[in-house]
Design a protein around this ligand. Structure first.
Ligand code: GDP
Length: 364
């Protein structure tokens, strides 16, 4: 599955947010109770209203949302790259995630200490980014030194790695994260394998006070500007509100949201934003037993999409019987879609589309 790491300075609301994410009814939806892999790792259901519609049409007994993993990565402080705080251990955790949700304190509260003594989310973001850049720089220098011997032996892979590391190094030495480097398609895989911290996509999470959850505040507006300038995205959330909602049953939660002037829980927006950040898409399998969502990267072909369900589905792939979500709904289900000529038989080269309702045929 895909992993988002929650990072931020101490006392910005990371744990509050993480607890809300993993305690919420959605996280515990369907038959998959929220599973604590480790105290700071949680699997969260990806909210998708289409699932319920599909289940209703097909009379499915169960709804199984797709899931995304969140990791609460505590311990980042100024100097982490030099081993302050949890330092290197923390940085290793970031290496393993696909994207970073960077929580920024945008709420004023004199009872909650700010490690830098003032509320300034843009400057906080720079503190963290600087630590990540310093850590990357150190690992780049180490790795380039280690590559020397192979480079003398004309090792093609080593040459590619060294060239990419040099580009990353140049960006960072110019004060830019490595994600600004434009990478050619043939280098994309090797680039990802470098696992540099500042190549991970970033979603800024503006943690605002309860009363500002709907519209944000001046702090969150500054973050929005910064994010836009960097080509990153942002969401506005009140971790406190999310914490409260996560303890309510669905009806109470709906009433509470209305009172706060919110259309949906901020967590839903956060999860969806993470989904978009990673270019993820959903396809469905629908039957009397269950209506189920599956996650793929945009651009995934049918056999690899089948492989998300089971490796054998990919190996023995024959074809994918596919109905677009809108057609499925308009035709009131599989039978109707079939009769209307809306069920397509797609082969190996088919790129699965978001919302496709798919039935895979495969050899065993
Ligand atoms: P972490 O160190 O980033 O994990 O931060 P925590 O989630 O532990 O939060 C630190 C403190 O800030 C706790 O006392 C929280 O209750 C408080 N806090 C978190 N979010 C908010 C918020 O939106 N408003 C206010 N006033 N306090 C908050």
């Amino acid at each position: 599955g895909f992993k988002m790491g929650i990072v931020g300075l101490p006392n910005v609301g990371k744990s509050t947010l993480f607890n809300a994410l993993t305690r919420t009814a959605a996280a515990q939806a369907a038959n998959f109770p929220f599973c604590t892999i480790e105290p700071n790792v949680g699997d969260v259901a990806v909210p998708d209203a289409r699932l319920e519609t599909l289940a209703k049409i097909a009379g499915s007994r169960q709804i199984v949302p797709t899931r995304m993993t969140f990791v609460d990565i505590a311990g980042l402080v100024k100097g982490a790259s030099k081993g302050e705080g949890l330092g290197n251990q923390f940085l290793a955790n970031i290496r393993e995630v696909d994207a970073i949700a960077h929580v920024l304190r945008c709420f004023e509260d004199s009872d909650v200490t700010h490690v830098e003594g003032r509320v300034d989310p843009v400057s906080d973001a720079e503190v963290i980014e600087t630590e990540l850049m310093l850590s990357d720089l150190e690992s780049i220098e180490k790795r380039r030194a280690n590559l020397q011997r192979k480079l003398k032996g004309n090792d093609k892979e080593a040459q590619q790695q060294d060239r990419l590391l040099a580009q990353a190094q140049e960006a960072i030495e110019n004060g830019q994260p490595a994600r600004v480097v434009e990478v050619a398609e043939e280098d994309a895989k090797a680039w990802t394998m470098l696992q540099l911290l500042t190549t991970k996509p970033v979603l800024f999470v503006c943690n605002v006070a309860e009363a500002e959850a709907a519209d944000g505040n001046d702090h969150s507006r500054r973050v929005a500007e910064m994010a836009a300038a960097q080509g990153n995205s942002h969401v506005i959330i009140s971790a406190r509100i999310e914490e409260e909602i996560s303890q309510l049953d669905p009806e109470e939660a709906a009433m509470f949201l209305e009172e706060m002037g919110l259309e949906e829980p901020g967590l839903d927006r956060l999860i969806r934003a993470g989904y978009e950040l990673l270019n993820l898409q959903t396809y469905f399998t629908v039957g009397p037993k269950e209506a189920r969502a599956w996650t793929i990267r945009e651009g995934t072909r049918a056999p690899q999409a089948a492989g998300v369900i089971h490796g054998d589905f990919e190996k023995g792939f024959i074809r994918a019987e596919t109905i677009a979500y809108d057609d499925y709904v308009a035709c009131k289900g599989e039978q109707g879609a079939k009769e209307a000529g809306k069920m397509r038989a797609e082969g190996k080269a088919y790129t699965v589309q978001d919302g496709d309702v798919v039935h895979f045929l495969f050899n065993t």
